[in-house]
Write a protein of this length. Sequence first.
Length: 126
Amino acid sequence: MEKQQWYLIENETDYQNALVRYEALKYAPKGSDEHKEKLLLVHLITEYEKAHGTLPEIDPIEMIKIRMEDFGYKPADLAQAYGDKGTVSKVLNYKQALSLSMIRKFSQMLHIPADTLIKEYQLKGT
């Protein structure tokens, strides 16, 4: 099978094709060519969604969890980027709010617009 060449997503057809291919590669092992293609698709899809306003309206923590799955990240990967495993765990379990430094790091790491991460959401037990 010939390897797919990816370019900027410019229309709905390209977007749908990228989503279908992403689903096929979703669980590609890290380090493989398929994993690299998956990461490229995540970037292309994200850019198209940002430009066309198709990001779903969900709370910031759910968006983080979705993007973690998209990129194949575990909470430990976020903790490594942020530097504090306990705080990351509390945030992902709705026990503590995102801090400004977390928003900055996770926005960059997970390709989520910062304005998506600053939205209010309900913590558990409050």
